[in-house]
Design a protein around this ligand. Structure first.
Ligand SMILES: Nc1ncnc2c1ncn2[C@@H]1O[C@H](COP(=O)(O)OP(=O)(O)OP(=O)(O)O)[C@@H](O)[C@H]1O
Length: 192
């Protein structure tokens, strides 16, 4: 994961006919974590999608080095499949990496169809898929939504471990996320 980076330079974002923010620059190197905060609709998810290459910049640039793993409300697990088979699909795509099923409390749920999982269970399943992906750059959109206290602490620990291993984490959330060395940016300061 060494060599991973995110470089956002003088970025502006437009959605529909509204410019949401402009003049945003940030740099993340291996081991860094940054939380983007701001109220509903300010553009946090849009920023992650631009960094992921899924939405265009209105102005400026967003460049990344290293493979990207994005976790948002679209968890990309087939709702009709039992969890084990839904995760197995991605394991075949990503390589047979360990995705921490026991640690994430998913070992007992592998026979349950994804559509029956609770909100927090689906979020933990999305984290399992992310871990299996071995991506250097983690883009996490509201990663703590729907998680209980134990799962919140586990997610914070997983991010700390990812950064310690040389990964990068960019979090979009209005909720507190406890991580010792994390920087924060208030997107409201760049509102257009
Ligand atoms: N494809 C789109 N076309 C037009 N407008 C869009 C599109 N996607 C998002 N928007 C609008 O852009 C604004 C920013 O949305 P975004 O999801 O980035 O905000 P957010 O800060 O992540 O909000 P939240 O905290 O509620 O998740 C919202 O007003 C939203 O309606």
């Amino acid at each position: 994961m060494q060599g991973a980076s995110i470089a956002v330079t003088d970025l502006a974002c437009r959605r529909g006919d509204r410019v949401l923010f402009r003049g945003l620059s940030l740099r993340l190197q291996a081991g860094d974590a940054l939380q983007v905060t701001g109220s509903n609709g300010i553009g946090k998810s849009s920023l992650l999608r631009i960094v992921a290459g899924l939405a265009p910049a209105f102005a400026g640039t967003a460049e990344t080095s290293g493979t990207i793993g994005l976790v948002d409300e679209r968890h990309a697990l087939d709702p009709a499949l039992p969890l084990g088979r839904a995760l197995g699909f991605w394991q075949r795509m990503d390589g047979a990496a360990d995705n921490e099923l026991a640690r994430l409390g998913l070992s007992e749920l592998l026979d349950v169809p994804v559509r029956y999982l609770s909100t927090g269970q689906k979020k933990r399943a999305a984290l399992a898929r992310l871990i299996g992906q071995k991506a250097a750059v983690w883009l996490l959109d509201e990663p703590l939504n729907g998680l209980d206290v134990h799962a919140v602490e586990l997610t914070e620990t997983l991010v700390a471990e990812h950064c310690s291993a040389g990964g990068i984490t960019l979090i979009a959330s209005h909720q507190p996320f406890r991580l010792g060395h994390m920087r924060t940016i208030a997107l409201a300061e760049y509102a257009a």
